[in-house]
Write a protein of this length. Structure first.
Length: 181
């Protein structure tokens, strides 16, 4: 056992001496190699071409038709639906707006669910604030009404205008965001 320990100690001492010998203060050899490389190195000199002159393209309209004119969009919508749906579906602009209607739906996150007997509540986070919401409350900037709340999602019915200017309903779902910060 002693011979193994002595042998290991001798090898460790030999390795340390070898490593320390490489760390000497004499840097003359390194300095001479650096001087030799600097003397033989030639900088690469390539002629850089002049940049091409940029000439902006000026678009001249060939007609006065605006591709985004409301009349064109209405005409396109009528072709798709065949019959315009001028209807009774409109948001109630006279009712007072609720707090969650000030935020777009993509900034509202469902972070929890509470149940108290027959009442279900969703915990909705906007920025750093958590709000409690229930069925019938409004959320989002498109006149969204919460229609259903369960443990993993809430469903909303929004009123949005289509290209023809008609109000149409759109179903939207906010899913529970687990583990995200």
């Amino acid at each position: 056992m002693k011979t193994k320990t002595c042998r290991s100690a001798a090898l460790a001492a030999l390795a340390a001496a070898t490593l320390l010998a490489g760390c000497g203060q004499d840097r003359a050899e390194l300095q001479s190699w650096m001087d030799e490389v600097r003397a033989t190195a030639q900088p690469i000199r390539q002629k850089i071409e002049e940049p091409k002159r940029f000439e902006p393209f000026r678009y001249e309209r060939s007609s006065d038709d605006d591709p985004f004119a409301q009349t064109r969009l209405v005409g396109f919508a009528l072709e798709l639906h065949e019959q315009p749906r001028r209807g009774t579906l409109q948001p109630d602009l006279r009712r007072p707006r609720e707090l969650l209607e000030n935020y777009p739906l993509d900034t509202i996150r469902m972070v929890g669910h509470l149940a108290n007997g027959q009442n279900n509540f969703a915990l909705l986070q906007v920025d750093d604030m958590v709000h409690q919401a229930r069925v019938g409350q409004h959320a989002g900037q498109d006149f969204g009404v919460i229609t259903r709340i369960d443990e993993s999602e809430i469903r909303l019915r929004e009123l949005v205008q289509d290209a023809a200017g008609d109000w149409v309903q759109r179903e939207t779902t906010l899913r529970l965001q687990e583990g995200s910060k």
